[in-house]
Design a protein around this ligand. Structure first.
Ligand code: UD1
Ligand code: UDP
Length: 355
């Protein structure tokens, strides 16, 4: 079987690392990896291939730093060329980025089967580019690999899988596979770590592109960091915005660092007291590493974390962020519950594709 994997953004490298490790165990699968180039800095891309031993991409399309239409359009054109040459049996896409929709659309127009890993997630906020990417990808995929029951139900409500056009498979979460496999390889980042700290990340467009939201988020961070240091690995998108703004960032307890590799990120997750983020993946990783999470968004796709009290949704309003921090830094939830599978999602995915 020839399987063509399309990845391009940081979270996709982490998800694909788990699945590619499983693929490598099967001599009868030939995996071709296409990197769209969406993320391109060493610490946003290559570091994950090195640290997580992901096979070197067979193609790098070097398409990035463009508007949504231009980026997606150019990706479709270049991916189509690769697909015509490689003629894979399956195209494997991950998550909800522009690389995901470009890959699935290019494949389906050539009548190539598409498997979507992390299917069925919904924020029900159609202003998010990711929501559009995932709705459209789910609509045209042949197999939808869902991490949770909620994801399965979301697809069923949309009528997906009702006819024989598509199949829904609940397989668990490939990020859980990665967290389990790499957790004992955690690496201390190259900085002096405070005894206690919050790990924070901010990169979501709905925050970075709204000066009012950014202002209140960073005012809240400034205040919270008087209590406990905050370590913030800065996404390049956020770094650019901060460089051009007057946000409060001068504070010795608000520690900006460059993006780190996955192994350093795991170390920070293991050592931190709390996670504050607008990332999708990090909300789950906080749970994997038994840390409460405060989410700086108005909604989440990972609703089970909120329902069970592991995650508090606070939006971007200063007082709401501070109250969320005060509440979550004190709680000690029981993490002894299985929400995302037992680390065998990748195995289930490959076994299903082989059938
Ligand atoms: C993308 C995904 C988002 C995902 C995030 C993961 C879409 C629509 N968005 O958002 O769902 O959560 O990746 O991190 O696909 N940049 C660099 N160096 C890099 C990467 C990006 O400088 O290595 C800059 C780009 O030039 C651009 C900005 O960061 O100016 C945003 O990059 P882009 O890939 O468009 O979107 P993300 O915000 O990273
Ligand atoms: N991550 C990382 N280094 C960082 C910040 C995040 O390795 O400096 C990892 C994080 O642990 C998670 C993934 O990147 O596995 C999440 O990606 P991101 O937040 O960029 O995207 P999202 O999940 O929101 O789509």
């Amino acid at each position: 079987m020839k399987l063509l994997t399309i990845i391009g953004a940081r979270p996709q490298f982490i998800k694909a690392a788990a699945v590619s490790r499983e693929i490598a165990k099967h001599e009868d699968i030939n995996e071709i990896i296409v990197h769209t180039g969406q993320h391109f800095d060493d610490n946003m891309s290559d570091i994950f291939f090195r640290q997580m031993h992901i096979p070197k991409p067979d193609y790098n399309l070097d398409i990035n730093s463009l508007t949504h239409g231009a980026m997606t359009g150019r990706m479709i054109e270049k991916i189509e060329e690769v697909l015509l040459k490689e003629k894979p049996d399956w195209v494997l896409v991950y998550g909800d980025t522009n690389s995901t929709i470009a890959g699935s659309l290019a494949a389906k127009k050539l009548h190539i089967k598409v498997a979507h890993v992390e299917a069925g997630l919904r924020s029900f906020n159609r202003r998010m580019p990711e929501e559009i990417n995932r709705i459209l990808t789910d609509k045209i995929s042949d197999i939808l690999f869902c991490p949770t029951d909620t994801a399965v139900q979301n697809l069923q409500k949309e009528g997906i899988g009702k006819n024989s056009l598509a199949q829904i498979v609940k397989c668990g979460d490939v990020m859980q596979d990665a967290a389990i496999f790499y957790s004992n390889m955690a690496q201390k980042p190259d900085l002096e770590l405070p005894a206690k700290f919050i790990l924070a990340t901010i990169h979501r467009a709905e925050n970075t592109d709204d000066p009012e939201r950014m202002n209140s988020i960073f005012n809240a961070f400034a205040e919270i960091s008087n209590d406990i240091p905050i370590i913030l690995p800065l996404h390049p998108r956020t770094k650019k915005i901060i460089a051009n703004s007057k946000l409060i960032t001068q504070n010795s307890q608000l520690i900006f660092i460059n993006p780190v590799g996955y192994l350093e990120m795991i170390y920070l997750l293991q050592k931190c007291s709390l996670v504050m983020t607008d990332s999708g993946g990090l909300q789950k990783e906080a749970f994997f590493f038994k840390k409460p999470c405060v989410t700086l968004r108005d909604e989440t796709e990972w609703v089970e974390l909120v329902e069970k009290g592991f995650n508090e949704i606070v939006g971007a309003e200063k007082n709401s962020i501070i109250s969320g921090y005060e509440k979550m830094i004190q709680i000690k939830p029981d993490y002894n519950i299985n929400l995302y599978g037992n680390g065998e999602a990748s195995k289930k995915i490959i076994s299903k594709l082989k059938k």
